[in-house]
Ligand binder design. Structure first.
Ligand code: G3H
Length: 198
């Protein structure tokens, strides 16, 4: 790891239609509030990055992150499948209530051990952490700022890595919507700032 000071800016996508409906998984577009966040985010980045080296924008391959990056212009955008949300397998498109009602044993197992629980035909948090390894290596190598627009479970894992939080805390770390977490890496260590745009 080199010590060129540069920020990593983490944010979830703007609120999606599935967020409004309380459904997990899926690949829906942004709600009105989500679209507003995308615009505010572009304005924020314009100001925040104007005195920095050329930044890049990393998104997942899901619509809601790509649309959130949409209003940001003039910066290279890279899509990573490794930044896609935790894959919820057979629970894709369900609400937590529906999972609890229709698959109570699954719901219970996840409550008991959210870190290790793997959705049937889907992923666990540990799987997500593992697939993020190449992203982390690439983030460590960067000398310019990177804006990562991704999803709750993925950002919990990335944040925990940079903020040095224990593995067991990862599934419950707070990563609210419409908030930017800025991590500044430099010689003096890691510093954090949060900007709530809405
Ligand atoms: O399923 C998608 C969510 O962003 C992950 O949240 O692990 O707290 O259920 P959860």
């Amino acid at each position: 790891m080199h010590l060129t000071p540069r920020p990593i800016l983490l944010t979830r996508h703007g609120e999606s239609i599935d967020n409004v409906r309380g459904r997990i998984g899926g690949d829906t577009v942004l709600s009105e509030a989500g679209e507003l966040y995308a615009k505010k985010l572009a304005k924020f980045m314009d100001k925040r990055l104007k005195n920095e080296r050329a930044a890049s924008i990393w998104t997942s391959t899901l619509q809601r992150t790509i649309l959130t990056a949409g209003p940001i212009v003039g910066l290279p955008k890279i899509q990573w499948r490794a930044l896609d949300e935790i894959y919820v397998g057979v629970c894709d498109g369900m609400t937590y209530e529906e999972v609890k009602k229709n698959m109570p044993e699954e719901y219970e197992s996840r409550e008991k051990d959210k870190l290790r629980y793997r959705y049937p035909r889907g992923e666990s948090y540990l799987d997500v952490i593992q697939r993020l390894e190449p992203v982390i290596i690439e983030l460590e190598r960067q000398r310019a700022p990177v804006v990562v627009i991704s999803h709750q479970a993925v950002l919990r894992a990335l944040y925990a890595y940079f903020a040095d939080r224990p593995l067991k805390e990862i599934p419950n770390i707070e990563v609210p919507l419409h908030t930017i977490i800025e991590i500044q890496m430099g010689v003096t260590g890691v510093q954090e700032k949060r900007y709530k745009l809405m």
